[in-house]
Write a protein that binds this ligand. Structure first.
Ligand code: B16
Ligand code: MG
Length: 213
C-alpha cells in the first residue's frame, strides 16, 4: 500500500456539521446587519473560529469592534452551534463513512483526525467515535489554523508515521493546502473536490479504499 495512515478532517468529511456552522454564523451576521451568504461561508471551511469571524467582518461597516466584542460575537456563534451539536447522535454517522472507516482499519491503516475545531471531542462523542481513532489532533492542540499544516503534522507525530506516508482527507481548500504544506498527499470531497484542490477529487468517501491500495 502507498500509505500507512489516513488523517481525516472532521467537519465536512466524517460528519456534516458544516450546515450547523453556516446557520450559527448566519444568525450572528444577521443580528449585526452584516451580509453573509454560502459563498462567503465556503471561505470559512477549515478556518478557525476567530479567523472565520474576521472573514465575516470584512463586510461590517459599523464602529470598530474591541477584542472583547469580537470574543463575545464568536461566543454567541459557538453557543448557537453547540445547541445544534447537542441534537447529533450516532444516526449522524452515515453508512458510507462508517463502512469506509471499518474497511480502511481492516486493511491495517492507522486512522487519525485532523480538525481545526475545538468542539472535536464533543462531536466525536455525539456520533459514537469517541475512542475510534488512533490519534486526534484538533483546534485544542494547535496555534495556527489551516492552511497552516500544524494540525496534520501533529497528527502524523502522534501516530509516529512520516508525513509522506500519510494521506489527508479534506473538504476545504484551506485544508487541502494545509495537507500539501505538510508534505502529504490529499484526497478531497465536497467544495475542495469541486475546486480540484486534491491529488484525488472524490465524489464519495468510499473511493478511499481504491486510492490507498
Ligand atoms: P470550532 P474542520 C473546522 O472544522 C470548520 O470547518 C470551520 O468551519 C470551523 O470554523 C473550525 O473547524 C473551528 O471550529 O468553532 O468548533 O472550534 O473542517 O477542520 O474539521
Ligand atoms: Mg472540513
Amino acid at each position: 500500500m502507498q500509505f500507512q495512515a489516513i488523517i481525516f478532517d472532521l467537519d465536512g468529511v466524517i460528519c456534516f456539521t458544516d450546515e450547523y456552522h453556516y446557520r450559527a454564523w448566519k444568525a450572528m451576521a444577521d443580528g449585526m446587519g452584516i451580509p453573509f451568504d454560502r459563498t462567503i461561508n465556503n471561505r470559512l471551511r477549515g478556518v478557525s473560529r476567530m479567523d472565520s469571524l474576521e472573514i465575516i467582518l470584512e463586510k461590517y461597516d459599523g464602529p470598530a469592534l474591541s477584542d472583547a466584542q469580537k470574543a463575545a460575537l464568536a461566543q454567541q456563534k459557538n453557543d448557537l452551534y453547540r445547541e445544534s451539536l447537542k441534537e447529533m447522535s450516532t444516526a449522524d454517522l452515515s453508512d458510507e463513512v462508517r463502512e469506509t472507516l471499518d474497511a480502511l482499519r481492516a486493511m491495517g491503516l492507522k486512522l487519525a483526525i485532523g480538525s481545526s475545531s475545538k468542539n472535536t471531542p464533543f462531536i466525536l462523542g455525539q456520533i459514537g467515535l469517541k475512542d475510534f481513532f488512533d490519534a486526534v489532533s484538533d483546534g485544542n492542540n494547535i496555534t495556527r489554523s489551516k492552511p497552516d499544516p500544524e494540525v496534520f503534522v501533529k497528527a502524523a507525530q502522534m501516530l509516529g508515521v512520516a508525513p509522506a506516508d500519510c494521506l489527508v482527507v479534506e473538504d476545504a481548500v484551506s485544508g487541502a493546502q494545509a495537507g500539501h504544506a505538510g508534505g502529504m498527499k490529499v484526497a478531497c470531497l465536497g467544495d475542495a473536490a469541486l475546486n480540484g484542490a486534491g491529488d484525488w477529487n472524490m465524489k464519495s468517501i468510499r473511493e478511499l479504499t481504491d486510492i490507498v491500495r
